[in-house]
Design a protein around this ligand. Sequence first.
Ligand code: CMP
Length: 228
Amino acid sequence: MGETGRVADFLRKSVLFQNLSDSELRKISLNFEIIDLPMGEVLFYEKDTSDDMYLVLEGKVRASLFDEHGNELVLAELGPGEFLGEMSMIDQLPRSATVLAQENTRLAVLRRETFLKILRENPDIAINVIKALVARLRRTDDMVEALAFRNVESRIVKFLLEVGKEKGNMEKGRFRVRKMTHRDLAARVGSSREAVTKALKALSFKGIIEDSGNFWLISPSAEDHIDP
Ligand code: CMP
């Protein structure tokens, strides 16, 4: 199968393009350019002024905000079938976040004018974009709620339970979550490395999280045992 066929095949599975016919998909695939982004590389920085849109074909990227000390807050991780760069594509304002490759990633790039033309000709795709944006807004509301109303211990527990549920690995009736550095965990729960180190010690002391080599073990009911 050629690159166009592979992209068309992929588009069929993506949330945005699933309602289109085969011939429409093939026509649209001709407009994509494929790029590879090695793990750790930045696609663009917050405040950059580009306006292309991207679809993740393989791998994973994350959209993050950084403060002046280099502390990171991860807004979203985006994997195969998901799109990014739509905000600047739509409003032509600077990029709202820095996007970098979390794994070796293959992306399909779509120029602004081309995507706008596709949206005008296919209202179903515009509706799918709106649905995906609403889903992101809901997730972001969840994150804002956690940052405003929960302490660091509670945010760590919430995050580890989400990862545990997603991966589904169990040990002794508890979720088994691969450890990450305290800095990376801080970027996911909107905290500092120091505060995360302190909170992990407290959670371990209270028996809510157990250390198991390269993993943390956490009970599915852990959220019931801590103050928000
Ligand atoms: P854009 O602003 O063009 O560039 C950064 C991208 O990160 C943005 O488009 C979105 O694709 C993505 N992004 C920014 N904020 C969020 C969020 N809260 N949830 C999911 N993705 C986001």
